[in-house]
Every structure is written in C-alpha cells, then in structure tokens.
Design a protein around this ligand. Structure first.
Ligand code: 4NP
Length: 154
C-alpha cells in the first residue's frame, strides 16, 4: 500500500480537489487496494472548514465523488513517516512543507513536476477560475498515476 498526501495552503480548494480526482483515477484503474490518499494544509487558516463550495461544484460537474465531511487539517512533522509521497500544488507549498517536516526529503514533490510541462497548479483563490485548476490537477494526476504504474510502484 503506498500512501499519498496532497498539500496546499488551505486544504479547502486545490489539495482536496487533487485528493478526490486522484481517488477517481485510482478507482477507474482498480488500484484502490494499493493506493491510500489524503490531503492536508500548510496553514491553520482553514482548519476544521469543509471543501470550498466552488470546488465542490466543479467536482460535482465533472462527476467526481467527494466526501462532504472532509475538513481542513494541517500537515504535521509526524506525517513525514506516514506518507510515501507528499505532493504540493505550487512551489510555495514545497517551501512550507519542508519547513513543517524539517527536511527536503525526495518524497516531497510538486504535482506538475510529474508532467512534461512542470509548473504550479493554477490557484483559484483570487481568480475564481476552478476550471483551470481542475484541468491542471487532472493533468498532474494522470502523469502521476502513469509514473506509479510505469515504475512498478503500484
Ligand atoms: P487552497 O486555497 O490553498 O487551494 O485550499 C486557499 C484557501 C484559503 C486561503 C488561500 C487559498 N486563504 O488565504 O485563507
């Protein structure tokens, strides 16, 4: 069983979208028994708050199941041992993850670093553009699952 944690600033938009998009891909590939997925925040800003409504709306439009009870939780130092992959959405997340975990371990990566166009996931917080964020996350998750399969990790 490999354990993946997606991470963003608030854990109410980008990382929960990545969590449920990746769970959908994993389910469609019959890999549910091999891959465990969660998501976390680098801040306590939204702790205890649910997924941001526009993010839920976009997931529902794309027929992606999400857990309506999912609430924001911050990443903590002990999580370095718990997860095999700690995947940030943007460069700033990586800096904050490394600060929380007190290491620059190779299990810490940016989602679109698995793609052939490495970049940050579009941040919907100020733009309100959840379509672009969804497209970026889907692209990243497709490359990430291909990486895990091609390298016989799952
Ligand atoms: P997320 O979005 O990091 O994708 O969950 C944000 C959530 C909250 C804030 C910023 C971005 N905030 O400034 O509180």
């Amino acid at each position: 069983m490999i354990k993946i944690c997606f991470v963003c600033l608030g854990n109410i938009c980008r990382s929960p979208m990545a969590e449920f998009i990746m769970k959908d891909i994993v389910k469609k590939n019959n890999l549910e028994s091999k891959i465990f997925i969660e998501s976390r925040a680098t801040s306590y800003e939204e702790t205890g708050n649910g997924i941001y409504p526009p993010a839920k709306k976009k997931l529902a439009e794309e027929n992606i199941y999400y857990d309506n009870n999912k609430v924001s939780t911050r990443l903590e130092k002990e999580d370095l041992k718990k997860y095999d992959y700690i995947i940030g959405m943007e460069e700033r997340n990586i800096i904050n993850i490394e600060r929380i975990l007190k290491t620059s371990d190779k299990k810490i990566k940016r989602l679109l670093d698995y793609s052939n166009n490495p970049r940050d996931i579009a941040d919907p917080w100020y733009t309100g553009n959840f379509d672009k964020t969804y497209d970026d996350i889907l692209e990243g998750c497709k490359f990430f699952i291909d990486f895990l399969i091609k390298n016989n990790i799952v």
